[in-house]
Write a protein that binds this ligand. Structure first.
Ligand code: MZP
Length: 511
């Protein structure tokens, strides 16, 4: 006979944290949110950690290069989706690794023989008032000079004049050499009172520009997640069908972390893939596996000491219909607590600590806080990031409200790429496990993340925790009745402003 568990599948919204002593020296801004993504042996430091416990889901509608850059600048990590050809996923990884905060490729360039009228048109269309002049008008051509809107008077000068008659010649341009640090580049801007510094190769070809206005922006991102070469970090998802070709291409492109993307990772195919990757690349690469929802699945995945972290969650995703289509899954809180307990016993017995990612189903900041208090080291989210300006989908107006399309990886729409890919044998999709939907647009990722993190830090202070590991150790959670959930909202009062709703409600209703 089937085993019937005595527990009920629980979700995060059924729990609340009980405050504990807050010390007088504690402040939200002093809380450390860094968290491991790789196994910790004894007292050793993890080989990879993020500066905040948020990662973005490996989904077409979520983790493209722009979002990966924006999230890494906040201290988190994106997993670029694998439901695309290997070459395009590797190119997205390269785009993130190429992005050098503060060093931007020049997107508006002129040639010496352009007329002032042509340059004015160029400046107006790009919105830039400083334009490098290169031998061929390309962003990497030989730099001949710089022209700005202060080098001519639109209503006084002859607009048919050539750029070369008005530009600052290369010999008088202050520039930095390729390889210069951002600190030194900013030092040159400051010393010479310049707004823009071209960075040139030894042959004086244009490499990038550094702007004074970006300096303050850079100072605003103290938690940026950088690799040893000061490039932004990025993760990638892989599947069990083409990892033999995909993983080497991703490693070559510079990926920092890889993770199997599967709705059910308690699976021999995935373990074969894990073994293959470890045989080929050793322990240097940070490798995650999942998804699982039971201690039994955890034992299977971590049994051979091959993976760095596990991902927990089946069927909880906002666009997921796996539970109703296949009857498998588990309440996210129950799954997490079961696996955390097993992970903690393993750590006690062997000194080996496996980070856990709670993946999917989080619909407000409170649930992130509860997931982390329950033992997750970090959370993966799709809908949350899909709603931001930086997600890869177009903004769409519906009845005067702005939305972004958001669809599951288990939809025909997401899986359609296989039909055009030579690396994947096209598999027929008999039924879908996800839906195609819209989510409200909430604005820049930085604003959304900063609000979430401020709330998380405040709660950690309420519990007397200075770090996420202390938060997990000190958290006392209580289950709530339906009546107490009702009590938690406003009752018997009429609100005339929507501020409170906007702050506390699910992200979809913010703003
Ligand atoms: P959410 O943050 O939108 O609630 O959930 C995102 C998670 O849902 C993903 O990280 C992934 O684990 C899961 N997902 C993605 N596509 C599907 C699907 O089509 C899905 N069923 O369940």
């Amino acid at each position: 006979m089937a085993i019937i568990l005595s527990d009920t599948s629980r979700t995060f919204s059924e729990y609340l944290l009980i405050p504990r002593l807050t010390r007088s020296d504690q402040k939200p801004e002093l809380v450390d949110l860094s968290t491991p993504l790789s196994v910790i042996e004894g007292n050793e430091s993890p080989k990879f950690k993020t500066n905040i416990p948020l990662v973005s889901a490996s989904m077409q509608a979520v983790s493209g290069p722009d979002l990966a850059i924006a999230l890494a600048r906040q201290g988190g990590l994106s997993f670029i989706f694998c439901s695309q050809p290997i070459a395009s996923q590797a190119e997205m990884i390269r785009q993130v690794k190429r992005h050098k905060a503060g060093f931007v490729p020049s997107d508006t360039n002129a040639t010496e023989d352009m007329t002032l009228q042509e340059v004015i048109t160029l400046m107006r269309s790009s919105g830039h008032s400083t334009v490098p002049v290169t031998s061929d008008g390309s962003p990497t051509g030989l730099l001949k000079g710089i022209i700005t809107d202060r080098d001519f008077w639109e209503h006084e000068d002859d607009m048919s004049n050539k750029v070369k008659q008005h530009m600052t010649l290369i010999d008088d341009v202050i520039y930095g050499s390729d390889g210069i640090s951002l600190r030194d580049a900013n030092g040159l801007l400051h010393k010479h009172k310049k707004e823009c510094l071209p960075v040139l190769s030894p042959q004086r070809h244009l490499v990038a520009l550094v702007f004074k206005k970006d300096y303050e922006d850079h100072r605003r991102h103290p938690l940026e997640l950088l690799d040893a070469s000061k490039r932004l970090c990025v993760g990638a998802a892989i599947n069990t069908h083409d990892y033999v070709d995909r993983v080497p291409a991703l490693v070559e492109a510079g990926v920092d972390v890889i993770c199997f993307d599967s709705s059910d990772g308690f699976n021999e195919h995935q373990m074969e893939g894990v073994r293959w990757i470890r045989n080929k690349f050793g322990k240097a690469i940070t490798l995650g596996a999942g998804n699982i929802v039971s201690a039994e699945g955890f034992d299977y995945l971590v049994g051979h000491d091959l993976i760095d972290f596990v991902k927990v969650g089946i069927g909880g995703g906002s666009i997921c219909i796996t539970r109703e289509q296949k009857g498998i899954g588990r309440g996210q809180a129950s799954a997490l607590m079961d696996i955390v307990q097993r992970r903690n016993s393993l750590a006690k017995e062997t000194g080996r600590y496996i980070p856990i990612c709670s993946d999917g189903g989080l619909s407000n900041d409170t649930q992130i806080v509860i997931a982390l208090a329950m033992g997750a080291d970090f959370v993966m989210m799709g809908r949350y990031f899909a709603m931001t300006d930086e997600s890869p989908t177009p903004k769409t107006s519906i009845n005067g409200q702005m939305y972004k399309p958001y669809w599951g990886e288990g939809t025909r729409r997401a899986q359609n790429w296989q039909r055009y890919s030579s690396s994947m044998e096209s598999r027929q999709m008999i039924f879908e496990e996800g839906v195609d939907a819209y989510v409200p647009l909430v604005g820049p990722l930085s604003e959304l993340v900063q609000t979430t993190l401020y709330k998380l830090r405040s709660t950690m202070v309420n519990v007397g925790a200075d770090s996420l590991s202390e938060f997990r150790e000190q958290a006392i959670l209580t289950m709530v009745s339906e009546q107490s959930v009702e009590e938690a909202g406003t009752s018997n009062v009429r609100q005339f402003t929507s501020n409170r709703d906007a702050d506390n409600s699910d992200w979809g209703n913010r703003g």
